[in-house]
Write a protein that binds this ligand. Structure first.
Ligand code: DX5
Ligand code: ZN
Length: 222
């Protein structure tokens, strides 16, 4: 099996929202994507940031933006993020009746398309849809808040996606509780894109923390 380089995506949810341009610059040379958690106080209880912040961030950094929409009605809102220049737009399977139609619209609007699977959602109904997506985000917590504890049993979903992926280039992304202690098991299960908020922005040197995570993921996958 061809070796897939791990992607590291710091979540700005754990960064200082008043200094986002600086926080992006602090990790720019060490990471692949910036993970942007959009929460609407409906799909999840938490409320974070939305389109205007993504538009500003897009102008402030060259790091590709990986937008994770934890919102109701992504059919209405997701395309705006693609048009704002997001590299990848991931919406939740639980929030739409027609994920394939939305993925096609996202790709037509110029972004990659991602599908997120929350803690309590089975992966099996979505395995046939992999050709329609560029990223499949398996939550390793219940979506909604940073700083939660990693749930290793959810890696069974990562294994299922990996088995179903075949030759497809879809990335398997994990999000929630990823740190130096948990990234290896996620990589061994087959994840190849890693979101980390607390473990990167909570560290004294976020770039060094990101590099260390990458090394651990690489070593575990090989
Ligand atoms: C939570 C978000 C995550 C969050 C991860 O719903 O989707 O991206 O920022 O934070 P940590 O890495 O602290 O678990
Ligand atoms: Zn996220």
């Amino acid at each position: 099996m061809e070796h897939i380089e791990p992607l590291i995506a710091p979540s700005i949810l754990a960064a200082d929202f008043a200094r986002l341009a600086d926080e992006a610059a602090a990790v720019a040379d060490a990471v692949d994507w910036l993970h942007v958690d959009v929460m609407d106080n409906h799909f999840v209880p938490n409320l974070t940031i939305g389109l205007p912040v993504v538009e500003s961030l897009r102008r402030a950094t060259d790091v590709p933006l990986d937008c994770h929409l934890m919102i109701d009605d992504p059919d209405r809102w997701a395309i705006g993020y693609a048009e704002a220049g997001a590299y990848n737009v991931t919406f939740h399977a639980e929030a739409t009746d027609d994920p394939v139609a939305l993925a096609r619209r996202l790709r037509a609007a110029g972004s990659k398309a991602g599908l997120a699977i929350d803690r309590d959602t089975l992966i099996e109904p979505y395995l046939d849809l992999l050709p329609e997506f560029d990223t499949l985000l398996v939550m390793t917590i219940k979506a909604g808040f940073g700083g939660q504890q990693f749930l290793p049993e959810l890696l069974d979903k990562v294994r299922a996606v990996k088995a179903a992926r075949g030759e497809l280039s879809v990335r398997i992304e994990v999000d929630g509780g990823i740190n130096a202690d948990t990234i290896e098991q996620a990589a061994q299960a087959g994840a190849d894109a890693f979101v980390a908020g607390t473990a990167i922005y909570g560290a004294e040197d976020p770039a060094a923390a990101a590099r260390a995570l990458r090394e651990r993921a690489r070593a575990a996958a090989s």
